[in-house]
Design a protein around this ligand. Structure first.
Ligand code: NAI
Ligand code: MG
Length: 794
C-alpha cells in the first residue's frame, strides 16, 4: 500500500498488539497444560486432553486437561479440606488475599488481555479496556466485602465448597464474578472454565499461587459438559453457580432438585433495545454498536432486539446501516478492529442456521458490502428488519452479531413487545424524556435496565435475570447473599414429629363426627366451591373430625392464579397504603383473638392460654411487616461512572406459598404477610393438618380492605397443589414449607419455566423464635432487584 493510496482511501493500517509474551507463556507450558488442584499443578487422572484453538486462525493454541469424575473428586476434596482454615482466617485475612489478587492481576493485565483475545477471538481493545480492568475491580470490591462481612452480614455464614461453571464469552470476567464473592464470604471454590477458553483461568491459578493463597481454597479444573455434570452431582458441593445456556441451566436445576444444594443461574437473554422518537439518534447508533457488536454479540445481555418507534424507524435503520458499513472486522489482536472472531465453528454454524431461518421466515436481511477474512471464524454484523414479533429470530437467542428490528407506535406497545419473551436479563431504553424512561423502566421485566446507555457493568451493582434468564444476582450486596446461608438454618428441625402426629391422627379417625364447619376456598375475594366438588375432613390431633374443607385441584389453582394476576394493581399501591391495610388486618384479628385461640385449641388439643400466645405472636408479626412495608428500601449503588444506579426492590409478581403445617395461624401469617407487604399477590395453601385457621381468616381479610385477589386460599394436599403451582407458567415465585419430597418435586417442576423457589426440605423453623423468622430474609425472598442505570452530565 503506497502512502498516496492511503491518502486516497483513508484506510486504517493494522495496529497489532504484541503476542510475544502470551506465546512464550504457552510455549513454556508445552506439551500439555496442567490443572490446579490443592495448590499443585497436576495432570488429569483421565489422561485425556482437549484442544483450545485461536478462533481468528483456527490454529491450535494449547492442549488442556479434559477432567473426569476422579479429577473433580480430588478438587472437591481439596476445597473441603481447605474450608475450615479459610473460614478461620476471618474477613480481614481474606480481604488481604483478595486485594493481593487484584493487584497481581493489574500487574499482569496485558498478558491476561492478550491471552484472552487469542483464546476467545474477542478484540484486544475490549479485553484490555473492559474485561480485565473489570476483573481487577471485582477483586478489589470484594476484598472490601470480606472486610465488612461480620459487620454487614452478621447472621450469615459461608455455604462451604462452591462449584462454579462458566461460559466462554467472558472467561476471566465470569471467573471474577464467581470467585471474588465466594472467597470473600469464606467459601472455597472449584471452578471449571468453558472448554473453548480455559487458558486465562489457568493463568489466574498462577496468580493464586503467586500471592500464596492457601492450598485448596481455589481449584481450577478444565473440561467439558460431562466434567461440569460431575461437579453438579458431587455430594460435597454445597452450591453451584452457573452461567451459560438456559438449556444447561434447566438440566442443573433438575439435577439438584432432590438436594439442598443452593444454585444461582445466569442464563440467556433476548434483551430489548427500545428507542423512542425523541432519542438522540447518533448516540443510539453508537449504543447499538455496543449492544450487539460488542464481543461479536456473544453477550448474554446483548441488546439483540431493536424496538423502534415507527416515526423514526427508517431513519434509524439507515443510520445503523451506514455505521455497519464502517465497522472493521479482523484479527482480535489488531487494536484497530471493532469485531473479532466467533468463538468456535459450532457457534458460527448456529448463527448461520438461525440467520437462514430468519430469511426463510421473510425478514429483510442486511449485511455490509465488505467481505469477512476467510481464514478464521468470522461472521459479519447483520441487521434484520421487518421482523415479526413471534418469529424464531425474534424469540431465540442467536448469540452472534445479529440484530433484529421491530417497530412500535405507543409506549404501551413498546412495553408489550419488550416483555414478549421468555427471558428477562436486561433492557436498554433510549429517550431524552426522563419521565418516559423512568415510567418504562419498572414495566419491563428484566434484571438490569440501562437508560441511554447499554452494557454497563460494575462490581457494586447486581446483575442477573428474571424468568428464563435465571435467578440470583452477581455483584453488589445482592450478589453476596448467593454465597452465604443463615447461621440458624442448622437449628431447623426435621418434619418427622409433625408427620407422626398426622399419621396417628388419621389412624384414629373413627371418632364420632361433630362437624361444625365446612370451609370453601377464597378466590378473588369471594368464597368458592371446589371445582371437583370434593370435601375432606379436618381432624384434631386426637383424630376427631372438627370440620371440613375443600380438596383443591389443578383447576382451582388456575382460577386462583388468575385472580392473583387480576389483583396485580396491589404492586402499584403505595407502600404506605399496603402498611395501612396490614395494620387494619392486625386490628381485626385482635378483635377476634378469642375465637382464633379457641380454634387453635380445638385443632391442636392444647390449652387456650398456649393458643392465645400463637394469636398474639401472629398479630405482632403482622405489625412487623406493616412496619417494613415502607422501610425495606431500595439502594443507590456507588458505581464508578457518572450515573446513579438504582437498585430497585420489586415484588416477584404472583407467588405460590405453601404454608407450614405446624403453627397453623402463625405459620400462615409469617409466610404470606411478608410477600404481600412487598406488593406480591399470593395463592396460599394453608396447613394441611389444621387448615381451618386459614379459612377462618376470610372474614378478617374482607373487613380489613385487603383487595380481592391479593390473598387467595386453596386447601388440599400440599405436595400435589405445590407441584401444580410449580408447573404453572404464570406463577413467578414459589415457597414451599413442606415435606422433603414436596420440596424436591417443586424444584424439579420449576426447572421448566425457571421460577424462583424457596423450599425447606422438610426442616422446620420454630415460627415463634424471632431468629428463625428474620424479616429481612423473608422480604428478600419476596423481592427481586432491578438495577436501573441512569447516566447524567454531558
Ligand atoms: P453451555 O451452557 O453448554 O456451556 C456453559 C458451561 O457449562 C461450559 O463450561 C460447559 O462446559 C458447561 N456445561 C455444559 N453442559 C453441562 C452440564 N450438563 N452440566 C454442567 N455443566 C455443563 O453453553 P455452550 O454450549 O457453550 O453455548 C451454547 C449456547 O448457550 C450459545 O449459543 C448461547 O446461546 C448460550 N450461551 C449463553 C451464555 C450466557 O452468558 N448466558 C454463555 C454461553 C453460551
Ligand atoms: Mg480457544
Amino acid at each position: 500500500m503506497s502512502v498516496a493510496s492511503i491518502f486516497e482511501t483513508m484506510e486504517y493500517g493494522p495496529a497489532p498488539e504484541s503476542k510475544e509474551m502470551a506465546e512464550k507463556w504457552l510455549k513454556d507450558r508445552k506439551p500439555n497444560l496442567k490443572q490446579f488442584i490443592n495448590g499443585k499443578w497436576v495432570a488429569p487422572k483421565s489422561k485425556k486432553y482437549m484442544v483450545s484453538n485461536n478462533p481468528c486462525s483456527q490454529k491450535k493454541l494449547a492442549s488442556v486437561p479434559l477432567s473426569n469424575k476422579a479429577d473433580v473428586n480430588d478438587a472437591v476434596n481439596a476445597a473441603d479440606k481447605a474450608l475450615s482454615g479459610w473460614v478461620k482466617l476471618g474477613g480481614h485475612g481474606r480481604a488481604r488475599y483478595l486485594y493481593a489478587i487484584a493487584r497481581q492481576i493489574q500487574k499482569h493485565s496485558r498478558l491476561f488481555a492478550v491471552l484472552e483475545s487469542l483464546d476467545n477471538g474477542k478484540p484486544v481493545r475490549e479485553t484490555r479496556d473492559i474485561d480485565i480492568p473489570l476483573v481487577a475491580r471485582h477483586f478489589y470490591h470484594h476484598a472490601g466485602w470480606a472486610q465488612l462481612q461480620s459487620e454487614k452480614l452478621p447472621e450469615y455464614k459461608e455455604i462451604g465448597v462452591v462449584g462454579q461453571i462458566i461460559p466462554w464469552n467472558f472467561p476471566m470476567l465470569m471467573l471474577s464474578w464467581k470467585i471474588a464473592p465466594a472467597l470473600a464470604m469464606g467459601n472455597t471454590v472449584v471452578l471449571k472454565p468453558a472448554e473453548f477458553t480455559s487458558l486465562t483461568a489457568l493463568l489466574f491459578a498462577e496468580i493464586c499461587e503467586q500471592v500464596g493463597l492457601p492450598d485448596g481454597v481455589v481449584n481450577i479444573i478444565t473440561g467439558d459438559g460431562a466434567t461440569g455434570a460431575e461437579m453438579v452431582n458431587h455430594p460435597k458441593i454445597g452450591k453451584i453457580a452457573f452461567t451459560g445456556s438456559t438449556e444447561v441451566g434447566k438440566i442443573i436445576r433438575r439435577a439438584t432438585a432432590d438436594t439442598e444444594k443452593k444454585i444461582s443461574l445466569e442464563l440467556g437473554g433476548k434483551s430489548p433495545f427500545v428507542v423512542f422518537e425523541d432519542a438522540d439518534l447518533d448516540s443510539v447508533v453508537e449504543g447499538v454498536v455496543d449492544a450487539i457488536w460488542f464481543n461479536q454479540g456473544q453477550v448474554c445481555c446483548a441488546g439483540s432486539r431493536l424496538l423502534v418507534q415507527e416515526s423514526i424507524a427508517e431513519k434509524l435503520y439507515k443510520k445503523i446501516r451506514s455505521r455497519m458499513e464502517k465497522l472493521r472486522i479482523g484479527n482480535a489482536l489488531d487494536k484497530g478492529i471493532d469485531i473479532g472472531a466467533i468463538v468456535a465453528p459450532v457457534q458460527l454454524k448456529t448463527i448461520e442456521d438461525l440467520v437462514q431461518k430468519g430469511v426463510e421466515e421473510g425478514a429483510e436481511l442486511w449485511q455490509p458490502s465488505w467481505e469477512c477474512p476467510s481464514d478464521g471464524c468470522f461472521y459479519p454484523p447483520t441487521l434484520f428488519t421487518n421482523v415479526a414479533p413471534a418469529s424464531l429470530i425474534a424469540q431465540e437467542e442467536i448469540f452472534g452479531p445479529v440484530l433484529v428490528a421491530m417497530s412500535f407506535r405507543t409506549p404501551e406497545e413498546a412495553v408489550m413487545l419488550a416483555n414478549n419473551t421468555r427471558y428477562g436479563l436486561a433492557a436498554s431504553i433510549w429517550t431524552e424524556n426522563i419521565n418516559l424512561a423512568l415510567d418504562i423502566a419498572p414495566k419491563i421485566k428484566a434484571g438490569t435496565m440501562w437508560i441511554n446507555c447499554t452494557n454497563m457493568f460494575d462490581a457494586a451493582s447486581g446483575f442477573g435475570g428474571y424468568r428464563e434468564s435465571g435467578f440470583g444476582r452477581e455483584g453488589g450486596i445482592e450478589g453476596l447473599y448467593e454465597y452465604v446461608k443463615l447461621k440458624v438454618e442448622e437449628e431447623f428441625k426435621p418434619e418427622q414429629k409433625q408427620k407422626e402426629v398426622a399419621e396417628k391422627a388419621s389412624a384414629q379417625k373413627n371418632g364420632l363426627p361433630t362437624i361444625d364447619k365446612t370451609a370453601k376456598f377464597y378466590v378473588g375475594g369471594k368464597q368458592q366451591r371446589p371445582d371437583g366438588g370434593y370435601m375432606q375432613n379436618v381432624l384434631d390431633t386426637k383424630g376427631n373430625v372438627i370440620g371440613q374443607v375443600g380438596e383443591g385441584n389443578r383447576k382451582d389453582i388456575r382460577n386462583a392464579v388468575e385472580a392473583a394476576h387480576a389483583a396485580s394493581k396491589w404492586a402499584n399501591a403505595t407502600a404506605h397504603n399496603r402498611a395501612q391495610v396490614l395494620y387494619y388486618l392486625a386490628e381485626n384479628l385482635e378483635a377476634r383473638a378469642d375465637e382464633f385461640a379457641e380454634r387453635i385449641s380445638s385443632a391442636l388439643n392444647q390449652s387456650t392460654r398456649k393458643s392465645m400466645q400463637e394469636v398474639e405472636a401472629s398479630i405482632e408479626r403482622i405489625f412487623i411487616y406493616a412496619a417494613f412495608a415502607d422501610k425495606y428500601d431500595s439502594h443507590v449503588h456507588a458505581t464508578p461512572y457518572r450515573n446513579v444506579t438504582l437498585a430497585m426492590k420489586e415484588p416477584l409478581g404472583v407467588m405460590g406459598i405453601v404454608c407450614p403445617n405446624e403453627a397453623p395461624l402463625l405459620g400462615f401469617i409469617s409466610a404470606v404477610i411478608p410477600a404481600i407487604a412487598m406488593g406480591n399477590t399470593v395463592v396460599a395453601i394453608p396447613s394441611e393438618t389444621a387448615p381451618l385457621l386459614a379459612t377462618d381468616l376470610y372474614q378478617v381479610l374482607e373487613t380489613s380492605d385487603v383487595p380481592g385477589g391479593v390473598i387467595n386460599i386453596i386447601t388440599g394436599n400440599k405436595d400435589e397443589l405445590s407441584k401444580v403451582l410449580a408447573n404453572h407458567d404464570d406463577v413467578d415465585g414459589l415457597w414451599n414449607f413442606g415435606s422433603k419430597e414436596g420440596s424436591t418435586k417443586v424444584q424439579f417442576a420449576a426447572a421448566e419455566n425457571m421460577k424462583r423457589t424457596w423450599v425447606n426440605f422438610g426442616r422446620n423453623r420454630d415460627w415463634f423464635n424471632p431468629k428463625h423468622v428474620t424479616p429481612e430474609y423473608f422480604l428478600r425472598q419476596a423481592t427481586q432487584i432491578k438495577n436501573i442505570w441512569v447516566p447524567y452530565g454531558e
